[in-house]
Design a protein around this ligand. Structure first.
Ligand code: ZN
Length: 262
């Protein structure tokens, strides 16, 4: 019995590795992928029992490494802001060993942390921890993720001349997205929830120009970031990612920033 079990395992492994064999990397669209697929949403973001069947795409080693560095940082820092049902478990089970392995990051977080007397998003009393956060790494990750999801859901490579842009979005921007963008009549529409709200995303592809896509992401049920340490003014709890030509991206950005300022 054991032998036939082992044989089955081997066959299934071979099948997995061939899935992406000789496919082009979805991130740089240049190099052929030479290893197994990349997990679009890194396994480390999830609790162990939620790591099965995560989305994978073909990726070259160079892009894979670049993305991994960003993921290492984010899977260590982001759990502190988690607001989903797994938040406490994720923070206590997964984060301590990551902090232990990265003393420099640990010192940086400890040296720059702050406290607020309430949760500015709900107004509830209680001590709230604030931590420094490298937003550039975060938006860069979603530029990777956009390309991967366009390939995964619609089988399309984002071309080298297409601009991919990601930015954090305020609550107001999110409402605007739902109202004006996501309500557009459009067949190619994706809504997906991974883990227990570890990631939630919605995306659309514009039928007339398939390189134009818009995505809204919420991580850990909407962890909160702000440019100001008081968190009282504009804060963000979701992320917008877009692909398209320069004119299209500019017009979307104008829509979101113009309305944000009002
Ligand atoms: Zn690549």
């Amino acid at each position: 019995m054991m032998e036939s079990f082992h044989l089955l395992t081997l066959l299934s492994r071979n099948k997995m590795s061939k899935k992406f064999h000789n496919k082009t990397c979805v991130y740089c669209n240049q190099r052929k992928s030479i290893r197994q697929g990349d997990h679009v949403f890194a396994r480390k973001f999830f609790l162990e029992e939620e790591r099965n069947n995560l989305i994978k795409v073909p990726a070259c080693d160079i892009c894979n490494n670049e993305k991994s560095k960003i993921e290492h940082y984010l899977t260590t820092v982001l759990p502190f802001g988690g607001r989903h049902i797994d938040a406490k478990t994720n923070l206590s089970v997964n984060v301590p060993s990551r902090l232990n392995k990265n003393k420099k990051l640990t010192r940086h977080l400890e040296g720059n942390r702050g406290y607020l007397d309430c949760d500015p998003t709900t107004g509830e009393n209680g001590r709230t921890l604030t931590l420094p956060f490298d937003g550039e790494k975060y938006v860069k990750l979603f530029e990777f993720i956009l390309k991967a999801l366009v390939w995964h859901h619609w089988g399309l490579y984002i071309s080298q001349d297409t601009i991919v842009y990601s930015t954090s979005l305020s609550k107001f921007g999110e409402e605007l997205f739902e109202k004006h963008i996501f309500s557009l009549r459009c067949e190619n529409r994706i809504i997906n929830v991974l883990g227990k709200n570890t990631f939630r995303y919605t995306g659309i592809q514009i039928p007339e120009d398939k390189q134009t896509t818009l995505w809204l992401f919420e991580v850990y049920n909407g962890f909160v970031t702000a440019e100001d340490t008081s968190f009282t003014k504009e804060y963000s709890d979701c992320t917008l990612a877009m692909s398209g030509d320069k004119k299209t991206i500019d017009s979307f950005m104008e829509l979101f920033t113009r309305n944000n300022k009002k």
